[in-house]
Design a protein around this ligand. Sequence first.
Ligand code: ADP
Ligand code: MG
Length: 253
Amino acid sequence: MAKIIAIANQKGGVGKTTTAVNLAACIASFGKKVLLVDIDPQGNATSGIGVDKNTTEKSIYNVLIDEESINNNIIKTKYENLFLLPSNIQLAGAEIELVMVISREYKLKNALDEVKEEFDYIFIDCPPSLGLLTLNALTAADTVLVPIQCEYYALEGLGQLMNTIGLVKKHLNKALEVEGVLLTMFDARTNLSIQVVEEVKKYFKDKVYRTIIPRNVRLSEAPSHGKPIIVYDSKSKGAEVYMELAKEVLGID
Ligand code: ADP
Ligand code: MG
């Protein structure tokens, strides 16, 4: 039975997709069967794992809106143990199309229920908003992983995110828990980064992962090659830290 982890933060550019792709790939490299679900219309997780989002006929849109079977829309990636439910630009319309659908918040949950038994982990890469697509992810998930960029206004908007998680727990998914908070794009040379780490730890305490993701150029290059960091440059700092995070998530030290 898979553990389902949504990677969410309504801010863009905080490292959601980078974390979804690389954590999924690292955990798959430990022999776990992993499904990466791209529920962002931008489709960055899809292209980041080497699938062409402009030509793929398989898509999460078909599942959420056209009621196609999820099994018909899952792709086996080039990487062992790693599968993808891709997104494409059609999904941009889904946020509005879903408004009229019955049990609109449960579409993804109902689909994932069909394949949950087949995987060990399912990661959902959320869009940068708290709309119906993110609500579908939070309703389907067991836990939510929140990446926070070590930048100005890092904590801004987090109250709203926690509030949304609270509302989902109350009305849609009682069992939802915060998996952990991940500090990303850390730059040890700046006081700002160090301050953000302190602030976030004060606020989230033991929910903050020991692993902190530094800024690493190789991590920003890998997506344009359609490769996770452990394939693109296995010796990079980026590969090292995402492997560490994978171990933390798996509970092996
Ligand atoms: P989100 O999905 O939250 O919008 P992304 O994961 O797409 O954020 O990251 C935003 C940008 O920052 C992307 O260009 C990505 O390649 C880059 N990036 C993410 N994490 C790092 C990192 N640790 N070091 C350097 N660049 C990063
Ligand atoms: Mg993204």
